[in-house]
Design a protein around this ligand. Sequence first.
Ligand SMILES: Cc1cc2nc3c(=O)[nH]c(=O)nc-3n(C[C@H](O)[C@H](O)[C@H](O)COP(=O)(O)OP(=O)(O)OC[C@H]3O[C@@H](n4cnc5c(N)ncnc54)[C@H](O)[C@@H]3O)c2cc1C
Length: 482
Amino acid sequence: MPLRTPEEYVASLRDGRRVYYRGERVTDVTTHPVIARAIDHASIDFRMAEDPRYRDLAVVTGDRGDQSRYFSTPKSADDLLARSRLIEAATRLGATLVVLVKEIGTDALFALGNVSGEVDARSGSSYAARVRAFHDRCASGDLAIAVAQTDVKGDRSLGPAELAARGNPDAYVRIVEKRADGIVVRGVKTHTSCTTNVNELIVLPTRAMSEADADYAVSFAIPVDTPGLTLVASPHGGAARDAFDHPISSRHKMMETLTIFDNVFVPNERVFLAGEWQAAGPLALAFVEFHRFTAISYKLPLVDALVGAALLLADLNGIERAGHVRDKLSWLVGYAETLRALVEASATRFRRHANGTAVPDPLTVNIAKMHFASNYHAAVARLQDIAGGTLATAPSGADLEIPEVGDWVRRSMLGRVGTDAVERLRALNLASDLTASDFGGYQEVLAIHAEGSIEAQKLTILRQYDAGAARAYARDLAGIEG
Ligand SMILES: Cc1cc2nc3c(=O)[nH]c(=O)nc-3n(C[C@H](O)[C@H](O)[C@H](O)COP(=O)(O)OP(=O)(O)OC[C@H]3O[C@@H](n4cnc5c(N)ncnc54)[C@H](O)[C@@H]3O)c2cc1C
């Protein structure tokens, strides 16, 4: 039966992978104090499949028997909605942090499934069969997958070949050798989430390529223990922390890496694009069409948490009836519920690919992502305003226990008459972890950049909108003939 237990997932990560953390080689990621937190967080996807409360959502029965829903290619609006609900439920269990070890990888598999057939039809390659075989392998092995799309890029105003001509050839991953049995790749990807704790890594091009960039038009998958692959993990958010003071980030974490390909050999059956430069842009876009839908689905618990914390603290601070507070609360509710409505609309307005796959409506998805990202900091500001400065100055939970000052500390944290001081401190710690800790900063950067920058969403919105119809309507209203 292709479902792994959380223990089997964890055991599969002990494979000699080459990981560095703060200048030291990590010999076993599963026992590393920081990476183990990320592994426990990622295990949520495997625990849900075993949990009777989530099993119907997390598991589907298909040709392979029971398998994780993530690997099911969506064929309808209902499939997309069920996928979205699964991502939302997993993120809720992750206390607002996406799990991602199956979500992003299957986004890439769906995109490769849609684009590889078109490449084959144009160039006589056999990528579609390879993608299908790899998809089957991932589903039947219940594998955890990371996706490395973003290259380090260097000077953003130059393309890959132009950069190589100016002495920076490794800013984008490229093919350095084509052999009869495969390709050799070199270069560096960045910001790759979960790489330390997945089984497979899918590599996609990050942008459209010109003919001169053909060597950079490359897509493939490799196991994380492949020789030549090195992961340099970011220490961001890695400090040890107390569960009372940091109710979310003490238990939940993702790891990001610089992902270095130092002449890595990839066998042919794992190569999905190798030089067909015209397909690099469409593949990059096909991935984000699915991945931004994943993003807006996993943002829902985060925006709900901002609303909930603001409501809680408005009450505990005794300011619930104040006009400016009601104004901020209604703005926050509108922000969160607009996102939820757009997620549903993205699924119900889906477009069907020629192969039958349901693709979330790119126009609605990008509007949803832009709505979320461009208002996120304003939402944080409203919660911070309602909470007060204690977000950045609160005493620790340990201070409550000191005989000399514990009672003073407790009474200092009192809010509305009749409410509990420790409950108020817990609510403040939640808001602080969400908005004023390194985890809060991580969420802010994630909002702006992950799944593509806000500018990328604007480009897609303008590209996808039916400007001709809108212009024709305006011409008609204005009485302009022809
Ligand atoms: C926490 C986190 C997790 C992530 N996880 C993953 C992951 O798992 N896999 C993955 O592949 N990626 C991942 N990303 C990467 C994410 O998709 C990128 O951050 C995003 O695409 C922006 O790229 P960048 O960070 O290189 O910023 P840049 O592209 O450098 O953007 C900085 C600014 O420069 C502008 N800019 C860039 N190029 C140009 C240009 N040519 N002309 C004009 N303006 C330009 C941008 O619009 C932006 O305003 C993650 C990012 C974060 C923060």
